[in-house]
Design a protein around this ligand. Structure first.
Ligand SMILES: [Zn+2]
Length: 375
């Protein structure tokens, strides 16, 4: 007899919800939540299906959040089993989305069911915010659902995101914030010319080189108690006309900052423009902000998560702000305390993605204990 969270995980994995498809995953969740007395509201925005579900009308509101979409499986011949057929091997379940993040979804649903079965008269409310647009552009998912909730004054107090936060073993690491992510798309203009007559041309590569060096050498900050130092990385540079005797007229480059709470996107942009403007360079710089940094301060949510994890693993989790962005960036600005606690992330987005069966069962128990401690 399989545990209910394992059965639910298998059901979700065999639904081919490659982003932004939901492939019926949310209908499965809705059926379970409605049986627990939740009000379920499907919000279809563009091609994205989102779910806001709430059980109870009281405050405070403890919300679990996550996504039903998965990244494409990649080269099928490299998988040792069908990525959309949950496959048990050596104590693991293999399949696309097992770790990122259908295990988290299955655990939160079963934790809620088990909690409600024994605590009919609990304090506050439970809620779920689920999107099918986390792995894609993320513009029609959590961002829009949060905007609707804010519009109608529906407040979330605490949010647990089931993203795979763990590194070596389950719950060794819990995320309590994320760095900001800001990208720059640069064009440097010059004058094309003969390589033998540089005085008649203006080489944009030569113009950009000293600015690039300065961008790399700058110590943006030293980080702070919760954040590592801000990092600058170039991801792409293109120039040249393809001939050995011609210097180009244009250079384009793309770079990214992962930044700490010592900055916001405006102060960081201003500093970068000052740097460019101090050099003799004709440029155009466009920006894309993926998310400002956020940090959940110590308080009831972090206390409950740390206590639950410690009771299960015998060790307090590391509280970290590392890693990439997540939908927490859209939830936190509404004044919500956000933590991310989920399975081991070693295989996410890879071929042969998997999650340990016993971790899924233990994660359910951790979530359930967090609910008990807060409500
Ligand atoms: Zn994910």
């Amino acid at each position: 007899m399989k545990k209910p969270e394992i059965e639910l995980l298998c059901d979700l994995v065999q639904r081919q919800s490659v982003t932004p498809e939901d492939a019926g995953c949310q209908s499965v969740l809705i059926e379970r939540l409605e049986a627990c007395g939740f009000d379920c509201e499907t919000m279809v925005i563009g091609e994205v299906t989102n779910l806001w579900a709430r059980g109870g009308v009281k405050s405070p509101v403890l919300c679990f959040a996550g996504h039903t979409d998965v990244v494409p499986p990649g080269d099928l011949s490299k998988w040792h089993s069908d990525p959309f057929v949950p496959t048990f091997k050596d104590g693991q379940i293999y399949g696309r989305g097992t770790a990122d993040m259908k295990a988290g979804l299955a655990s939160m649903i079963v934790a809620i069911e088990q909690f409600l079965a024994e605590n009919e008269d609990h304090e506050g409310s439970l809620a779920l915010l689920i999107t099918s647009d986390e792995e894609g552009r993320a513009r029609e998912g959590t961002l829009k659902v949060m905007a609707s909730l804010t519009d109608r004054n529906e407040k979330i107090d605490w949010c647990v995101i089931g993203e795979p936060s763990s590194e070596k073993y389950l719950a060794d690491l819990v995320r309590v914030g994320r760095r900001g992510s800001l990208s720059g798309m640069l064009t440097v203009n010059g004058i094309q010319g003969h390589v033998a007559y540089p005085q008649l041309a203006d080489n944009p590569i030569r113009r950009f080189a000293p600015v690039l060096a300065e961008l790399h050498e700058t110590e943006w900050d030293r980080g702070n108690e919760y954040f590592p130092p801000t990092s600058f990385q170039v991801v792409d540079i293109q120039s040249g006309v393809g001939a050995p005797n011609v210097t180009p007229a244009e250079l384009s480059a793309r770079f990214n900052f992962r930044y700490s709470t010592e900055w916001n996107h405006e102060s960081l942009k201003k500093r970068v423009h000052e740097m460019f403007d101090a050099h003799d360079i004709e440029y155009d710089l466009k920006w894309h902000l993926s998310g400002e940094p956020f940090l959940t301060n110590p308080g009831e949510l972090i206390d409950a998560v740390v206590q639950s994890v410690t009771e299960h693993t015998g060790k307090a989790p590391e509280l970290s702000t590392g890693g990439g962005t997540s939908d927490g960036r859209f939830i936190s600005p509404a004044g919500v305390d956000v933590v991310e606690l989920g399975p081991v992330n070693a295989s996410i987005h890879k071929i042969n993605e998997h999650v340990k069966v016993t971790d899924v069962v233990q994660l359910t128990s951790m979530y359930r204990r967090i609910i008990e401690l807060l409500l």
